[in-house]
Design a protein around this ligand. Sequence first.
Ligand code: IFM
Length: 468
Amino acid sequence: MTATVTSTSAQPALSGITFPDGFIWGAATASYQIEGAVQEDGRGPSIWDTFSRTPGRVHAGHTGDVACDHYHRYVEDVALMADLGLASYRYSIAWPRIQPDGGGPVNSRGLDFYDRLTDELLGKGIDPVVTLYHWDLPQVLEDRGGWPNRETALAFAEYAQIVHGRLGDRVKTWTTLNEPWCSAYLGYGSGRHAPGRQDPAATFAAVHHLLLGHGLAAQALRAAGANTISITLNPSVVFPVDPENVADREAVRILDGLSNRMFLDPLLKGQYPADMLEHMARFTDLSYIQDGDLATISEPIDVLGINFYQPSYVAAKPGAPAALDQPGSEGIATRAPQGPVTDMNWLIEPSGLTHLLKRIHADYPGTPLMITENGAAYPEVPAADGEVHDAKRIEYLDGHLRACHDALAAGVDLRGYFVWSLMDNFEWAEGYAKRFGIVHVDYRTQERVLKDSAKWYREVIRRNGIEG
Ligand code: IFM
């Protein structure tokens, strides 16, 4: 089914850009980034507890110990979502709350929390969208080898079944993994994220076992009657600095392979790209890819989640060392952003999102798409009037919504948009130094204040579109 661009909604005619009827407006968060309560109700340690407590790993020694204290304030937070008019809320489940030992006994008090949260959402008419894994692997599983170990994929499928068993009567949309590229390449390649390892062979084994874990979980969810099954990727939009230069185009092929085709091809075509098999074979014997794995990995999905923040421009640069988070990328240089950037120093170029959506629609036809994250970090805090005036974030979001609309107009089957993030939160290696929220959080008092962008987004949702 292809979404149409012209709305036939009963809303009064408004000038501007209108999204299709039923377009889903949401906001997203993740467990470790907001919950806090890391030692409560039987939760076990995750790799991010260990990593953030290791000196030098996270900005200023910040941890998720308290974060936004959402574990205790979820009622207030759901009320905020309702006030914004969100149709849907994307949240993740902390695996170490459910299986503190990474397998075996289930901690029902952990499930109870998500039970309460889900009911609170439904009570306010907000559709829950669950992500099963947003990076907080139980530490015990890392101690047994983590994602480079096949056993982790099997354990993940068991965990998925457990969570579905408790929430499956109310949650319709199930996302297995968030951004497996980050789990593998940042976790085991550059070590910038937990568990902080730097090992190219482990990186590629982690890619495979994350994908396998997705496939096994998708099969289990399907068998248990799950309605909508998805995975969320963060595909890169990689352009050559000089499109006429053959070497620059070759640099794009490698990075596109590592970041995009390495995930999209197994998931949606049931095979690794031939050039990437060759690339990986420089680092590993690939013996972890077993017969039948790719059939499991390509279990059909109902929606593909896309997270987008910025495009990049790359060029051939003989002698340049490989980036640790892109094993085998020697001789390639990524150009420093040219143009406006966010507080993350990420390039702002909304047309990159249109390009990405059209490309996935063309190269992997037939799978509906959803923007499961898009947003920007900016430092604004409450001004003298008590309000948070974050005009640049509004401009960023507005530009990217126009980019979504352009993709819809070009025939892309895009079903919805989730802003990242509902509220300021623990931004991984950056700690609390970067604020992505449309709701400001004062980490001393835990007071929440709607930023101007939240009020703007409320209006977008109300009118199902943006001003012309
Ligand atoms: O905060 C993260 C999120 O957890 C995953 N996607 C990117 C966001 C911004 O870096």
